[in-house]
Ligand binder design. Structure first.
Ligand code: HEM
Length: 259
């Protein structure tokens, strides 16, 4: 019994020594900055808690201080956060779909069909992608309504409202370009109607329609064009605008408060 206790004590001492050595190393201290709770000598104080956030790249994404109302789910309904979450989900499921889909008129629909029938979890992931897309349009719209209801578009947040309008447009464009990709009758006719409507753009109508279709009428060139827009260009642009949007929320003093 006494021997066992002795061994336990020795093991604890060895572990303690090792922890001390690791925590004193240059590598450890280059990762955990001064003030970090993982660094030796940390004392808990309001100022040190701020340092922890300010001095770490990862924690830096979070604000140093958050207003009490801002963490209340009932204030924002977390609709902006939900829109962002859905975007991440769409990215992950979208990458999965890309492994099984080729954007040509001859292969697209067959690939989607094969994905649903032959690929493990194919139908589930396709439906997750589709439903998340519908939900994102809804959540972005509701988020905009929430911001409007709270008057959060007023100074100093007007610029972020403008960025928001761009985000809404990009979300709708992502949704619309994705709609064509299954290359089924629904998609073909929806895009035909949509591009015909854009053909009525004043002055440049025909050019806009031609550019969107990649020709005089809908075909395999349209599919390739919309595919590139859907998987590459629009996601790239929306990520940039989301980064600006989040940065502005922080710069405008966090989210607006109740009046
Ligand atoms: C992809 C779309 C969008 C994402 C991911 C997004 C994300 C967010 C997040 C996470 C916040 C923090 C507070 C909250 O969750 O409500 C926020 C705030 C804000 N958003 Fe968005 N947003 C999007 C679209 C929009 C749109 C369409 C508008 C308006 C046209 C907008 C205007 C604003 C404004 C003004 C704020 C500050 C609100 C406040 O201070 O109360 N956003 N957004």
């Amino acid at each position: 019994m006494a021997k066992a206790m002795q061994n336990k004590g020795r093991a604890a001492r060895v572990m303690g020594d090792m922890t001390d050595k690791v925590q004193a190393s240059q590598t450890w201290n280059s990762i955990f900055r001064p003030g970090s709770i993982f660094r030796k000598g940390y004392t808990d104080s309001p100022r040190n808690r701020s340092y922890v956030i300010m001095n770490s790249v990862l924690y830096h994404l979070h604000p140093v201080k958050v207003k009490r109302h801002a963490v209340k789910v009932s204030y924002t309904l977390c609709l902006g956060g939900l829109s962002f979450f859905l975007f991440i989900l769409l990215t992950v499921t979208g990458i999965f779909l890309m492994f099984f889909y080729r954007p040509t008129a001859a292969q697209a629909w067959n690939d989607i069909y094969a994905l649903q029938t032959n690929v493990a979890f194919g139908l589930l992931v396709r439906n997750m992608h589709r439903w998340a897309a519908h939900l994102m349009v809804l959540s972005v719209f509701l988020h905009m309504a929430r911001v409007f209801y709270h008057g959060a578009y007023k100074p100093p947040r007007e610029f972020n409202w403008v960025i928001g309008v761009i985000l809404l447009t990009l979300t709708l464009l992502l949704s619309f370009t994705g709609y064509l990709l299954p290359w089924d009758q629904l998609a073909l006719w929806a895009v035909t109607v949509g591009t015909n409507m854009m053909g009525y753009t004043p002055v440049f109508g025909n050019q806009v329609r031609f550019a969107l279709l990649g020709g005089a009428e809908i075909g395999t060139d349209t599919l390739l064009r919309w595919y590139v827009l859907h998987v590459l260009m629009l996601p790239f642009v929306i990520v940039i605008f989301m980064a600006i949007h989040f940065w502005r929320v922080r710069k405008d003093g966090g989210i607006s408060g109740p009046l």
